[in-house]
Design a protein around this ligand. Structure first.
Ligand SMILES: [Zn+2]
Length: 80
């Protein structure tokens, strides 16, 4: 599992499984709210859709918005 403290420069791209509403969350902001020991997976489970209100029913990707030469783990990383 990827702890937020290891990816402070990243964003979580979360897509609602029900209505497909898309949200980008700054990991640095998440750390301030939930702490660096929280995993990206836990954030996904706790995330509530702002559009339809469903909780935990979503998919997420870890997106790195800075230099692309940083080593990434295999957690569905995609560069936009
Ligand atoms: Zn939704």
């Amino acid at each position: 599992m990827t702890k937020l403290s290891t990816i402070p420069q990243h964003q979580l791209s979360i897509t609602c499984g029900l209505c497909k509403h898309h949200t980008m969350l700054e990991v640095a902001n998440l750390i301030a709210v939930v702490g660096g020991d929280t995993t990206a997976h836990e954030v996904r489970q706790r995330a509530r859709c702002h559009n339809c209100g469903v909780k935990g029913n979503n998919t997420y990707q870890i997106v790195y918005s800075g230099n692309s030469d940083i080593a990434m783990d295999g957690a569905g990383v995609r560069l936009d």
